[in-house]
Design a protein around this ligand. Sequence first.
Ligand code: NAI
Ligand code: CS2
Length: 490
Amino acid sequence: MKTIANHPLPSQVVQPTYSRDKLKSKIVHLGFGAFHRAHQALYTDQTNQVEGSDWGICEINLFGGEALINALRAQEHSFSVLLKGADGTQAHIVQAVTESLHPELDGLSAVLEKMAEPQVEIVSLTVTEKGYCIDAATGKLDIKNPLISADLENPHAPKTALGIIVQALKLRRERGLGAFTVMSCDNIQENGAVTKGAVLEYASLVAPEMREWIEATVTFPCTMVDRIVPAVTADTLDEITYILGCEDPCGIACEPFRQWVIEDNFVAGRPNWDSVGAEFVDDVVPYEEMKLRMLNGSHSFLAYLGYLAGYEHISDTMQDNAFKQAALDLMLKAQAPSLEMPQGTDLAAYANMLIDRYSNPNLKHRTWQIAMDGSQKIPQRLGGSLRFHLQQGSDFKWLATAIAGWMRYVSGIDEQGNAIEVSDPMSVKLRAICDAHGFNASLVPELLALESIFPADIGQDKRVIAAVSKAYQSLLDKGARQTVVELVTE
Ligand code: NAI
Ligand code: CS2
């Protein structure tokens, strides 16, 4: 079969020229999903190219994705990334991946043994917000999470990322090996600190002596990661086949923009990712907050309201001036004032750049995809800024409308009466609340009382209940599009 590995590629495809032979699997990555392929894997590949370094990645999927791992192996672990700008497409080949594992294909012990190999210096993660098994509002380990309960009962055969990291570190300690850095690349506020807290709490429950060792030896840098990488579609794969002249089932398409700000806190080595545009800084938190509130917050607004208004993609919402203005207003009037940025940061320029990125007509980013897992995303995207406005006594109607949009969306029925496929770890509970009330604003206080999404100081605040109820009622009476029109003209 013709694959990316055995077939000469057209000259316009950017291919690394360094030799793969010297690469070592010094990074083990958990979560070989869309984002990692277009971000960390490509950064690492380009770093090897520029620096002559030997950073190889062992890719692991813990939940699902067996077919992708098999496909990756069939093409010697190379894959393509299409950068799709508004005015053209550029294909890149990534060859920094050295090997791959999956507990279902290779057994859990192969995964743990790999992580315990002496050359491993970094274990990185893109396991989605829910993969950390934390209470989204507090950022603390949720010991009632069924996956965590199962791992706590059977810590030698863990299934969660947290359980696997602790077990692998235990093996390293027993073998007299040093620790690795644990680097989260998920959209969670203070992702390093949250991962550290969850790992330590889990460790103290299964092996108290490990808690101390991890605290003393492992580092958990925070990262701000950014590149819009929509889930792959049949059209994307067809375009990749057309460009490469052969199929690449592991290929992915994304926007040309990328950003990566990393806390420079690595216990062993790390690639010089800064040689290809990443930034190492002492404190990532302001950048994380900026990105989560302005980008991800406006994304969630556009996802819920846009889906309800009948827009399939983010770029479609940008064709509607009311939506474009509402996204900009949300960023500049609701989110930007809540941020404390280093001097010289131009948040208006950042907001305008985000609108340009969203408008890219060649990137088909579904509102449905972003709407997924809202219960895990709302706290870091809307909760912090909402708290800020409550303290200031300032207007937060854009945030209230986003939350009302989410409440209307999780009812599972759209404005035309068609079913919405709501994908969320809390979907059953959310649906039950919605069904009990019907389309009635009486559901607002009950949904706001879910403390894992809305801590009591937010969810029980009368001003929040009133503003979200008003926006929800408007969605019922006038629909999402008219609600957005009125939001920008009021
Ligand atoms: P994806 O659906 O393509 O991949 C999800 C990955 O997470 C898969 O490898 C899957 O095996 C793993 N996973 C899912 N649930 C898990 C669990 N409970 N435990 C362990 N692993 C689990 O999604 P994609 O696009 O790769 O995004 C993943 C995450 O990356 C996002 O949730 C976000 O935090 C971050 N991210 C994504 C961006 C994007 O535009 N796609 C951009 C910036 C960050
Ligand atoms: C999106 C993000 O799916 C979502 O929730 O908001 O994945 C977004 O595309 C990225 O964070 C951009 O860096």
